[in-house]
Unconditional design. Sequence first.
Length: 282
Amino acid sequence: MSLSLADLGAPIATGRSAEIYAWPPVGPDLPDDLVVKLFAEGYAPDLVAAEEAACAEVLGIGLTDIRCHGQVRVESRAGLLLDRIHGDSLTRLSERNPLRLRENSRVLAREHVRMHEASTDLLPDVRDTALGALDTAPLGFLTVAEHGRAEEVIRALPSGDRVLHLDYHPENVFAHGGGFTVIDWQTALRGDPAADVATTVLLLRDAELWPGTPALKRLLVNAVRRLVLSTYLAEYTRLTAMTTARVDAWRAPALVLRMSTLDIPSERDRFRAELRELLARP
């Protein structure tokens, strides 16, 4: 049975690269309670396939019980069918009860630690992905010398086999099944957990908010993000041997990965300047 976008109704959630819709029951071979993650038109097929494979991997090693039921197409857009989650994100839980903000931030850390206890040999190496990202158009501003220095910095970083999410923030952690589960595995890789923590620091401290966010709301959200980040880091470091120096070592690759996948105009100048400053250090 072929469905149109109009058949899906309004999206449940909207992100930069995809929208989430309820998926109507259309056959006996699928569960009734599904959503479709529908990617933007023109989204690369290999990225859809990579996310499908990542979903299968994290399910197989016990990091989630949310199943991916394969790829679909709705008009000209590719999508993934996923089990539906009926709980709220950590962000929504904190909005409903601000007194739980610190505890929810500790949950964010504990779930990240649990993720980093899992190993994989299926997901790509974060260092290889960062090296490849240096050759994408958004990183074309680097001089030949800066490009070479970036390669040196990335190659010198430690290897690892831990599962990395690389888009880990409170909107991607949901109450589910009496506990919590992580969603949105499209950027999942493997490597040193410090790379994942560095990316979360970037997302919670430096990443641009949704375009069009009013100035007053931006001030409030940024204040909340600072509290979430400090609480998350305190709990993560309490539970692990992670150090600030180890996280800081992954700052340059975190910037490279961010710019190569989301070349956001409002971030561009400051991230370029910071990356160049990092690469100029001995």
